[in-house]
Design a protein around this ligand. Structure first.
Ligand SMILES: [Zn+2]
Ligand SMILES: [Zn+2]
Length: 367
């Protein structure tokens, strides 16, 4: 079928609306009508070509939510009419990684990093689906294992955020760092990911939650998510400020920007003996992180986390239970809602720092 999708034809080019061909769901696949899709900084890095793993042309968007409209042969765990979040990282449930209980990185997904499957084409030429999703399209087709069935009582423009920003931030706290009650946490970068680290830390019962950002507007925003202290990164030494606030160093530090210089600051502000640094931001392609081995040998660790190490089908949907119970704040996360035609303005709002999360709402547009 033909569907409207926002396509980027080259690095730096604006997204343009195209009628692309969408392959029908094959065996084990599902077609989802996208109702809302959040804009993420990694989409922007792909569009600008700075961290661009997918060849152009590409449909970006990987934080979607929608309704199952069609299922292929053999699909048993997803039904037409289900509300779902399409997943960049599927969960087959049977591979060694899925069964390990240690990681969300399903072996099937690891294979897809190289093959980059996509249901989209234009004039007979493959169009990439960013992160295996490409949710800035009216419909997508994904394998059943890449479908997280969610509760139906959360609006799509909020529910979609669990597909990336909430999963990445809250998941990293709960499933990568395993932050405990009373811990001190430093968060570098208070955008869509960082604010979710903040509220994940609150959910985990952290004591001191210190946010670092160069945008002073993030001070008040961060406090709505549970931040206890704000450090303006553009005035003075953030590492020294965090060491002073924590009496020697933070138990945990999270880098949420994608700056190797900030990763270094995050590491330096963690406590000697047990401090843990979690790397979440995606730096420009080719950058490396330099650390002195002895600084790690002093009991500190650096961990990585992809989509918060949260399993997409079996663990992710429960994040919406936390929202409904009032333990996670999604209402202040989505600061802007835009129709599909204004998606380029949505990325401009991200670049200027005005938006925390902009969500393209397909549903409103059709109503
Ligand atoms: Zn994302
Ligand atoms: Zn698996």
């Amino acid at each position: 079928m033909k569907v409207r999708a926002m396509v980027a034809h080259a690095p730096g080019a604006p997204l343009v609306m195209e009628w692309v061909d969408l392959a029908p769901p094959g065996p084990g696949e599902v077609r989802i009508e996208i109702m809302a899709s959040g804009l993420c900084h990694t989409d922007l890095s792909q569009l600008q070509g700075t961290a661009a793993p997918y060849p152009f042309p590409v449909v970006v968007g990987h934080e979607g939510a929608g309704v199952v409209r069609e299922i292929g042969a053999g699909v048993t765990s997803v039904a037409v009419g289900d509300h779902v979040v399409p997943l960049g990282i599927g969960e087959c449930g049977t591979c060694g990684n899925c069964r390990s209980g240690l990681t969300n990185l399903c072996a099937v997904f690891l294979g897809e990093i190289a093959s980059q499957p996509s249901p989209f084409s234009l004039n007979g030429r493959k169009v990439s689906a960013y992160s295996g999703v490409g949710s800035l399209a009216e419909h997508v087709v994904v394998p059943e294992r890449n479908c997280a069935v969610i509760r139906k009582d959360v609006p799509f423009h909020l529910a979609c955020t669990i597909g990336c920003s909430v999963a990445t931030g809250v998941g990293a706290v709960l499933h990568t760092a395993h932050v405990g009650t009373g811990a001190s946490v430093a968060v570098f970068g208070l955008g869509g990911i960082g604010l979710n680290v903040v509220q994940g830390a609150r959910l985990a019962g952290a004591g001191r939650i210190i946010g670092v950002d160069i945008n002073p507007a993030r001070d008040a925003q961060g406090r709505r998510f549970g931040m206890t202290d704000f450090v303006n990164g553009s005035s003075g030494d953030a590492v020294a400020a965090i060491q002073a606030l924590t009496g020697g160093g933070a138990d945990f530090a999270f880098e949420c920007v994608g700056s190797t210089a900030l990763m270094r600051q995050a590491f330096d502000c963690t406590r000697v003996g047990w401090g843990c640094t979690v790397v979440l931001g995606v730096p420009p392609d080719g950058q490396t992180l330099d650390l002195v081995p002895f600084a790690i040998q002093l009991g500190r660790t650096v961990k990585g986390s992809f989509m918060g190490n949260i399993k997409g089908r079996s663990q992710l949907p429960a994040l919406l239970d936390h929202y409904v119970a009032g333990r996670l704040n999604l209402d202040d996360l989505v600061t802007h809602r835009l129709p599909m035609a204004e998606v380029n303005r949505g990325f401009a709002l991200m670049t200027s720092g005005e938006a925390v999360r902009s969500v393209v709402s397909f549903q409103e547009e059709r109503a």
